[in-house]
Write a protein that binds this ligand. Structure first.
Ligand SMILES: NC(=O)c1ccc[n+]([C@@H]2O[C@H](COP(=O)([O-])OP(=O)(O)OC[C@H]3O[C@@H](n4cnc5c(N)ncnc54)[C@H](O)[C@@H]3O)[C@@H](O)[C@H]2O)c1
Length: 313
């Protein structure tokens, strides 16, 4: 099997590249190194069957890399959430234009299988509604969510018009080994600089599912083996939820800090476009035989330990 991974140096992409390199004949990574997880690169460089290309999927000619590829894992996306919040062009450029470039390159090279990393952002702000894959209408409230939804639609059109097979995954918050962003990561870094106070974005009541990257990997690989239709969409999440206040307390405990003053904001959301309550149904992929190994609590506790360990630097 010859696999191409866009964004393969990122948090999730580097995990997949390392795991898939155990069985794949060749892995090609396209990544422009704008993400933060360059720690993963050192590990990937030791694998003889992984080739890393420092390439921007939006601005470069990428066609040549898709020759003789069997399946594409398309993970490249904007890593700088705060920049994307203020500038709609960033997510649309990378996720919409980038996905179009990837799909065209696949078509030219007769590669017809794609795994796509979407997210809960496609559903918009639905409060306590339990979101299954057939929920609609899909009305995202962020540029990030809108660009993911647009990318899903473009992938679907290539399934209809060009005989592609697509596996689309809407992840909950992914955490774990070599994590380089996210709420726990931010808290650790803030507290390393200022161990006596912690500024929290929003009122800390934001409540979501946190899923370990290992569970994501197992879900995707299972769906690839079992899916019979030419396109399908899967939520991947735990069945429990934790809030930001819990995460703040766990980080402080794990860092052995005391007398930390936690300053919560007033808004229910962390930033404009953040959806404070997300409730996911993951029944569909569970019916295929998948289950999460780690609950949200366990996943975040593991993630905090990884973030604090030297391996994550
Ligand atoms: N981490 C999560 O909680 C989460 C949740 C839902 C969906 N996702 C999606 O999963 C995918 C991977 O997320 P991640 O957390 O590993 O993010 P990440 O930022 O760690 O990785 C993204 C990678 O894409 C690369 N990249 C960005 N723009 C590029 C471009 N124009 N050309 C080539 N490479 C480019 C970056 O350098 C980075 O290495 C993304 O599509 C993300 O939207 C992540």
């Amino acid at each position: 099997m010859r696999i191409l991974i866009t964004g393969g140096l990122g948090f999730i992409g580097s995990y997949f590249a390392e795991k898939l390199s155990n069985s794949a004949e060749q892995i090609i990574i396209l990544d422009n190194k704008t993400g933060f997880s360059l720690s993963g690169e050192d590990i990937l460089l030791t694998k003889p069957n992984i080739k890393i290309h420092n390439v921007d999927i939006v601005s470069s000619d990428i066609d040549e890399y898709f020759m003789n590829i069997d399946i594409v894992y398309h993970f490249a996306a904007n890593s700088k959430i705060s920049e994307g919040v203020n500038n709609p062009n960033i997510d649309f450029d990378i996720t919409v234009r980038g996905t179009q470039k990837v799909l065209n390159a696949m078509k030219k090279a007769s590669v017809n299988q794609i795994v796509f990393s979407s997210g809960s952002g496609v559903y918009g702000d639905q409060k306590e509604t339990i979101l299954s894959e057939d929920f609609g209408p899909l009305l995202p409230v962020s540029y990030y969510g809108a660009s993911k939804l647009a990318a899903e639609a473009m992938i679907s059109s290539f399934c209809g018009m060009s005989g592609f097979k697509a596996f689309i995954f809407r992840f909950a918050n992914v955490v774990g080994m070599r994590q380089t962003h996210g709420v726990a990561y931010d808290f650790v870094n803030k507290l390393k600089i200022q161990p006596k106070t912690l500024e929290v974005l929003g009122n800390g009541m934001q409540s979501k599912s946190y899923i370990d990257v290992e569970d994501i990997f197992n879900g995707i690989e299972l769906a690839i083996k079992k899916q019979v239709t030419n396109i399908d969409v899967y939520n991947i999440s735990t069945q429990d939820y934790i809030d930001v206040r819990y995460i703040a307390k766990e980080v402080i405990k794990e860092m052995n800090l005391s007398d930390v003053k936690i300053n919560y904001g007033e808004d229910s959301f962390g930033w404009v476009g953040d959806v404070p309550i997300v409730r996911f149904s993951s029944d569909k992929i569970r019916k295929m035989g998948w289950s999460n190994k780690y609950s949200s609590q366990e996943a975040i506790q593991r993630a905090i330990k990884f973030i604090l360990s030297d391996d994550n630097s």
